[in-house]
Write a protein that binds this ligand. Structure first.
Ligand code: ZN
Length: 280
């Protein structure tokens, strides 16, 4: 597992301006809406590796250079909703590919889908409605009429493990798969510090006061554009009070008797694993 200061196992160097010269063999993250073109659809799943997608009969509506992964250029592209996958390939929901797509490619695809989605939702200026243009050398769109500049949008969310001695608080949300328990999380509100958000979310969701809020790590979560910022904190006393109907069940669990928890790739699981290590 890579550390939190590098999401990919092999080094990724982000960039905006593609390398000069004729197109070299590159990784292409090609989206039809939110579905990624994968090759082949069964077995070891990857993405196309070739100089240009036109060789597959696909014409990008937009394309963006992402940077280099292990020295190989990476591009994000969008194709028409009516595009058909080339023979032997398939378009699949990125979320469904988590676990079967190479982990580095999954995170790079998460980067790609957010840039493609930002581009398609910023063709027009949000202030005056004029057609925007791509700003040269920056991941930004600018309005030629009123100069409003739009950058890819991120929605920061905090995610936190709440512990009490040798137990961790795990909760089941109506949004999770049936039977799945996890740590608490919530979106940051304007004007709030991350620490204030942790304290507010825990209070709102389970009615507990927490102390010792400490930074743990972060993870982009491209569904659709979250940045998860993880914390640990402690709840010394008090009763669980579920007055937020988003949480349907919450309880304290010892490390030896955890319920069904999220898969290893997620930062929620990393928080739970860190708790288990801390009590052993
Ligand atoms: Zn404008």
């Amino acid at each position: 597992m890579p550390g939190y200061n590098s999401l990919t196992h092999k080094p990724f160097i982000p960039g905006i301006i593609p390398p000069a010269g004729p197109p070299a063999a590159s990784w292409w993250f090609i989206f039809r809406k939110y579905a990624l073109l994968i090759t082949p659809p069964s077995g070891q799943v990857g993405v196309p590796h070739l100089p240009r997608p036109e060789a597959l009969g696909l014409v990008p509506l937009q394309e963006h250079y992402l940077g280099q992964w292990a020295g190989v250029p990476c591009f994000a592209a969008e194709v028409a909703e009516t595009a058909t996958p080339p023979a032997g390939m398939d378009f699949q929901s990125l979320r469904a590919l988590y676990g079967s797509l190479d982990e580095d490619l999954f995170w790079l695809a998460g980067r790609a889908v957010q840039i493609v989605d930002w581009d398609r939702t910023h063709h027009y200026c949000g202030r005056c409605g004029s057609l925007t243009t791509q700003k040269v050398g920056e991941r930004a769109k600018v309005c030629p009429q009123c100069n409003l500049t739009s950058y890819p949008r991120l929605s920061p969310a905090v995610i936190m493990s709440v512990t009490r001695g040798d137990r961790i608080l795990l909760a089941r949300s109506g949004r999770h798969p049936a039977g799945r328990f996890s740590v608490l999380a919530g979106f940051v509100e304007p004007g709030e510090t991350l620490e204030e958000c942790v304290i507010r979310e825990v209070k709102e969701e389970v009615g507990l006061d927490v102390v010792n809020v400490r930074y743990f790590g972060s993870q982009p979560w491209p569904f659709p554009n979250s940045l998860m910022i993880a914390f640990t904190c402690e709840s010394p006393a008090g009763e669980i009070d579920l007055h937020d109907n988003e949480i349907v069940e919450a309880a304290w669990y010892p490390a030896g008797a955890l319920p069904n928890i999220p898969p290893p790739i997620t930062i929620s699981r990393h928080l739970i694993d860190a708790f288990v290590r801390s009590v052993h």
